[in-house]
Design a protein around this ligand. Structure first.
Ligand SMILES: Cc1cc2nc3c(=O)[nH]c(=O)nc-3n(C[C@H](O)[C@H](O)[C@H](O)COP(=O)(O)OP(=O)(O)OC[C@H]3O[C@@H](n4cnc5c(N)ncnc54)[C@H](O)[C@@H]3O)c2cc1C
Ligand code: FES
Ligand code: FES
Length: 468
């Protein structure tokens, strides 16, 4: 039967003949829930946003906004979804819908259900004060005709949910637990194990299977490149990938935690990650994307490697033969190639402690938010008085893989931390890697941005006036 069950807008539903590559958006629209729209099918516009019920740290439920165009339906077995239709109806508008309507926040209306959902997710954020609205909650939603002023006005006019609000009360109950799922369909197999042991056995038997975490890369491949996998193994049900532990000498971050969860659970305790995370895509994407997925793509322009290289992180790889740890600096072997074997998955990332005291992240992209990097630079520095004791610099976007800027690190180590040293080292940094000309940036621009990043780091951290 290849069936799964889920709750949609409070109603238990059964989906039959589920295929591994059917997105939640397509299924919802087939059920007549056409509020969620397809604008781009690649996570850029937010017209497809829906709420999913996820476990909160206190045992209750968090209602999080995600891009339904990138979520595979099969990975929602046992889950709970709320669409714009479920939030309110024409005769009984939700406060978010009412504010958008009375403040003129909708014209053609194509984007409106997506904005409603993203606003509702922020409205129900458990640590939000009634007078606060984090406008970045809407950073993954685009509107082509209204203009953002009335939409922002609507968001800022919102108070807090009433005590009897059914969604506010829903938060007090536990979220549904991930259901183990095994589908054998004419379009391929889909497995959602609920233990690591089962996952690595499946992977050993199906080396090279697609591992599905948040789907923010895989979903784009499925929708736009028509990629199909003979075997898909979903990782979101594995508790072993969802841990965050502080040990004496390292911090371990589970590869399956979403970036939003990492942001929330670290609460600024790793300043370099706190600087980086808000610049990654949008809230909608960060609610699904994982660290394992970012390293799993092995993209030379992925944002986490420059940061994690600066932090000297190690990758924990798991297979049914056990675990091994690889320094991230040895992990990438070529364009989208790594030392990870086909029977291994990334279980976690380990960051050595103590952290370097002075850190910075520079993402050079066409837009400040919600854009992919042309160049990214992560820097972690330790001084001994006025002398550089150690420095690590991770670079993205300037070679076939993310790289460490070893020559620049050498030019700085043991030298006085002065403008003169830094200017000389910045010229060395300019020559690191083998940047290419492409549609994002020219090679010359990328090299210039490397130099600027180190200078910016110096002037920011010393508080000195920039000299030219
Ligand atoms: C609109 C948009 C904006 C984006 N912006 C950014 C950005 O600013 N910066 C950036 O770096 N990226 C960005 N991305 C890319 C993407 O969001 C990230 O790469 C993300 O971290 C992928 O994580 P995921 O969990 O969604 O991976 P998935 O799509 O689930 O998987 C991606 C790949 O990794 C593999 N994989 C997943 N988990 C594991 C694991 N535990 N072990 C081994 N392999 C695994 C999968 O098999 C697959 O090949 C963006 C994507 C979109 C759609
Ligand atoms: S349709 Fe554009 S983000 Fe999903
Ligand atoms: S109201 Fe038309 S796209 Fe936003």
């Amino acid at each position: 039967m290849n069936s799964i069950t889920l709750i949609v807008n409070g109603v238990p539903c059964e989906a039959h003949d589920v295929r591994p590559h059917t997105t939640l958006l397509n299924w919802l629209r087939d059920q007549g829930l056409t509020g969620s729209k397809e604008g781009c099918a690649e996570g850029e516009c937010g017209a497809c946003a829906v709420l999913v019920a996820r476990p909160a740290e206190d045992g209750g439920t968090r209602l999080e906004s995600v891009n339904a165009c990138l979520v595979m339906l099969a990975a929602l077995n046992g889950g709970e979804v709320v669409t714009a239709e479920g939030l309110g109806s024409p005769g009984n508008l939700h406060p978010v819908q009412r504010e958008l309507a009375v403040r003129g926040g909708s014209q053609c209306g194509y984007c409106t259900p997506g904005f409603v959902v993203s606003m509702a997710a922020e409205y129900y954020r458990e640590d939000r004060r009634a007078s606060d609205f984090d406008i970045h909650a809407l950073s993954g939603n685009l509107c082509r005709c209204t203009g953002y002023r009335p939409i922002v006005d609507a968001a800022l006019a919102l108070g807090g949910p009433a005590q009897e609000d059914p969604f506010a009360r829903r938060r007090e109950q536990p979220a549904p637990a991930p259901q183990p799922t095994h589908l054998q369909t004419p379009d391929g197999e889909f497995h959602r194990p609920t233990t690591l042991a089962e996952a690595v056995d499946l992977l050993a038997a199906n080396s090279g299977a697609v591992l599905l975490a948040g789907g923010t890369d895989w979903g784009v491949d499925v929708n736009l490149r028509h990629s199909r996998a003979a075997v898909t193994i979903a990782l979101d049900g594995l508790p072993e990938l969802r841990t965050l532990n502080w040990a004496d000498d390292h911090l371990e971050i589970g590869a399956g935690l979403t970036l939003s969860e990492i942001e929330r659970r670290l609460a600024g305790r790793v300043p370099l990650l706190a600087e980086w995370l808000p610049l990654f895509a949008s809230r909608l994407i960060r609610n699904s994307a994982t660290l394992g997925g970012n390293l799993g793509t092995a993209s030379p322009i992925g944002d986490s490697p420059p940061v994690l290289l600066a932090l000297d992180a190690r990758v924990v790889l798991a297979s049914n033969a056990g675990e091994r740890e690889v320094p991230l600096s040895d992990y990438f072997t070529g364009y989208r190639r790594t030392v990870r074997r086909g029977d291994e998955l990334i279980r976690a990332v380990r960051i050595p402690l103590p952290l370097a005291p002075i850190t910075g992240f520079y993402k050079i992209a066409k837009r400040r938010f919600d854009d992919i990097s042309s160049v990214a630079v992560g820097i972690a520095l330790e001084l001994d008085g006025e002398v550089v004791r150690s420095v690590r610099i991770g670079l993205g976007g300037v070679a076939a893989t993310p790289i460490r800027a070893y020559a620049t690190e050498e030019a700085l180590t043991g030298q006085p931390w002065t403008e003169r040293t830094v200017r000389e080292a910045a010229r060395v940094l300019r020559g690191e890697g083998t940047p290419l000309d492409d549609h994002r940036a020219s090679a010359a621009y990328r090299a210039a941005m490397l130099e600027q990043a180190l200078l910016k780091f110096y002037f920011e951290k010393t508080g000195q006036e920039v000299t030219v």
